[in-house]
Design a protein around this ligand. Structure first.
Ligand code: SF4
Length: 263
């Protein structure tokens, strides 16, 4: 069965080299090669076919050339929006399925998004959760009601209306959306980056709440060669620069949560 283009791409070299020879190209027991990618503020963004088991550091520093001048790496989203964040001091992790899972991350697509010090962690999580909220099919309550509610809370925090209790409420809601709590994997996947961001960047979330503002919005445009897009308007401190308003909290709040606890 062909699952995706990546699977299809493996067929030709396996036929040409033979299964054992192709398998021996990998650096770990999983064997073979796969496509790895890097996006964000690296010197060279792109995709490379590399041995399975290539360390993340090698992917970022050797193949992508490291960070662009003026930007510091803070974390990596290793394989798409549904993978937990890898902190910058843990990029020696081996990029195969087993090693990533054992380390508490996830290989996912193998396309790493570099999160640098110009990216607002709150805005990043807001964009991610908003994406999943839009994708919910509406079958399970923790998903259809919980995700828009989380979008509303994250938007409140980012826009200066956050309250200290919001962080615990987000963690509580993530529990309701954990493994086995919903019908499919979308809901638990939706909060993996947020869950790690709340640990890695808790101080940043708290600072948004204490100061009632997002300092990333006030830093002015990021321009010149250091910008991924050749310049970024002030206030777009998120991974995608998307600041469209979200759907807001679910009407009436979440089951089991009094409305005054929702916002
Ligand atoms: S968890 Fe899956 S099945 Fe349940 S509402 Fe979300 S998308 Fe639908």
């Amino acid at each position: 069965m062909i699952n995706n283009v990546e699977s299809l791409c493996c067929v030709a070299p396996i036929v040409r080299l033979g299964a054992e020879r192709w398998r021996s190209l990998g650096l770990t027991d999983e064997g073979g090669t796969r496509m790895y990618g890097v996006s964000g503020r690296a010197r060279r963004t792109g995709a490379w076919e590399l041995p399975v088991g290539t360390p993340m550091r090698e992917l970022i520093e050797r193949h992508a050339g490291g960070m662009r001048e003026g930007f510091a790496l803070r974390a990596v989203m290793p394989g798409g929006a549904s993978t937990p964040l890898v902190p910058a001091d843990a990029i020696d992790v081996i990029m195969d399925f087993d090693h990533m899972k054992q380390a508490g991350y996830g290989l996912g697509t193998g396309t790493a998004l570099l999160i640098d010090d110009s990216v607002c962690p709150v805005g990043l999580c807001l964009n991610l959760v908003r994406f999943f909220a839009q994708e919910s099919c509406g079958w399970c309550t923790p998903c259809w009601a919980g995700l828009p509610w989380m979008v509303g809370v994250l938007a409140d925090i980012e826009e200066g209306r956050g309250r200290p209790e919001h962080l615990d409420l987000l963690a509580e809601q993530m529990w309701f959306m954990g493994e086995q709590m919903c019908f499919c994997d979308l809901a638990p996947s939706a909060t993996k980056a947020l869950g790690t961001a709340l640990k890695l960047f808790r101080g940043e979330f708290e600072r948004h709440i204490e100061e009632g503002r997002c300092s990333y919005r006030e830093r002015g445009p990021i321009t010149g060669a250091g910008s991924a897009a050749g310049g970024r308007p002030a206030g777009s401190g998120t991974a995608t620069g998307d600041r469209r308003p979200g759907p807001g909290p679910a009407a009436g709040g979440l089951p089991g949560l009094a409305p005054d606890r929702v916002r």
